[in-house]
Design a protein around this ligand. Structure first.
Ligand code: PMP
Length: 403
């Protein structure tokens, strides 16, 4: 054992198994109702349509669909993505679009290409744990910014940047990582005023914004907010998208869109990582898009998740003690729960599993400033309707017993 410990690079040493992965393991036990995993619901997968299209691709497009492809991704898919983003107000070309192995790979490549050890990365508090762990491997120094119901409190960011400069800690702040819509883990959405303010700050302070938007299209109500990148006239934003939550995650298809010099460098890094993204999946998605299946499926998925969200919010209102608060997500997969100060969600989790056979993600791991011990992430995306009602009742009973 010691042999391996000594062999690990410093960057690997720093990174520990995440609480979320640990929670997944718990949740795999059959008798437990789990709100831990933020997986999409298999109900939303268009299995018959994908079977038909996959058979078509394997027969009619084998020469490209079963072959290696360009590192940047299939040009036709890059064209399709760029056209869709242009229609949403993001001016971009296929050349400025890189297909990645899920948006998770884009996060890793961004860390690889931009971060020196000690460089500053601004993150929301709480932040997406997979983003933290991707950047962790590049030994970055996180600069946390608190959130409220309108997302990251951008007005506090200047002060944080000044404090960091004054302390002479680490390297330059290069990146600001944000999940602006129905954030994982909090479910909240960044206001339009703050989106614009963040871009102006990126321009004056000379950092790059990483806008990670896997959930944005899963909006149940209200008007969509303009993407951060629509305010980006100087080219300071890398926009990340994914087919995982709006279509299916099994093909591992995501993308990053940004200025050419950044995209070209990311493509070189990708060459070292995996040469190219899943050609078969790209062909299938492209053909699904041509047949209009993406839109149809998105509509279905929104209906499924809206119903689950409504059910969970209703159950929370009925079953949770009044000392406990939670967010109201207008889309996406997650509700964020805040317990009274002093309660420790991580310590309570094994008891919740043992006594009530219900699991959640304790929120503390989403913070890098030692706060957040009294927070919980609940995913309504995957649980059945019956499990949502029963599980929230059990969790409410358990938490009430610990108040
Ligand atoms: N970003 C966020 C905020 C996520 O929640 C996830 C998946 N949980 C990802 C990125 C990665 O998604 P994928 O690699 O499947 O595109």
């Amino acid at each position: 054992m010691e042999f391996w410990q000594e062999l690990f690079a410093r960057r690997a040493e720093r990174v520990k198994a995440s609480d979320i992965r640990e929670a997944f393991k718990l949740a795999e036990r059959g008798d437990i109702i789990s709100f831990a995993g933020g997986f999409p619901s298999p109900e939303t997968f268009p299995s018959q349509e994908v079977a038909d299209v996959a058979a078509y691709v394997a027969r009619a497009e084998a020469a490209s669909g079963l072959q290696y492809g360009p590192t940047e991704g299939l040009y036709a898919l890059r064209e399709m993505i760029a056209a869709r983003l242009c229609a949403q107000g993001i001016a971009c070309t296929p050349e400025e679009t890189l297909i990645t192995n899920g948006s998770q790979q884009a996060l890793d490549l961004i860390g690889k290409v931009f971060a020196n050890p000690g460089d500053g990365v601004v993150v929301e508090q709480p932040a997406y744990i997979g983003g933290l762990s991707a950047f962790d491997h590049y030994e970055v120094d996180f600069v946390g910014v608190p959130m409220d119901d309108d997302g990251m409190r951008v007005e506090l960011l200047t002060e944080r940047l000044r404090a960091r400069q004054a302390s002479e800690a680490g390297g330059r702040v290069k990146l600001c990582y944000t999940v602006p819509n129905f954030q994982n883990p909090s479910g909240v959405t960044l206001s339009e005023e703050r989106r614009e303010a963040l871009v102006r700050l990126a321009e004056t302070e000379e950092f790059c914004i990483v806008e990670d938007n896997p959930y944005g299209e899963l909006r149940f109500e209200g008007t969509p907010k303009a993407h951060i990148k629509t305010y980006d006239s100087l080219g300071r934003v890398l926009y990340l998208g994914s087919f995982s939550k709006v279509f299916l995650p099994g093909f591992r298809l995501g993308y990053v869109v940004g200025p050419l010099p950044a995209i070209q460098k990311l493509a070189i890094a990708k060459q070292g990582a995996d040469l190219c993204t899943n050609s078969f999946g790209q062909r299938v998605i492209l053909e699904c898009a041509r047949r209009g299946l993406l839109e149809v499926n998105l509509g279905r998925a929104i209906d499924v998740y809206r119903a689950k969200r409504d059910l969970m919010l209703e159950a929370l209102g009925e079953c949770f003690p009044k000392e406990i608060h939670w967010t109201y997500p207008e889309g996406g997969f997650f509700v964020w729960v805040t317990l009274p100060e002093g309660m420790d969600a991580k310590k309570l989790l094994p008891d919740a599993v043992r006594e009530e056979r219900v699991a959640y993600v304790s929120g503390g791991a989403c913070f890098r400033d030692g706060t957040g011990a009294n927070t919980i992430r609940l995913a309504y995306s995957q649980a059945s309707d019956d499990d949502i009602l029963e599980g929230i009742q059990r969790l409410g009973r358990f938490l009430a017993s610990r108040l």
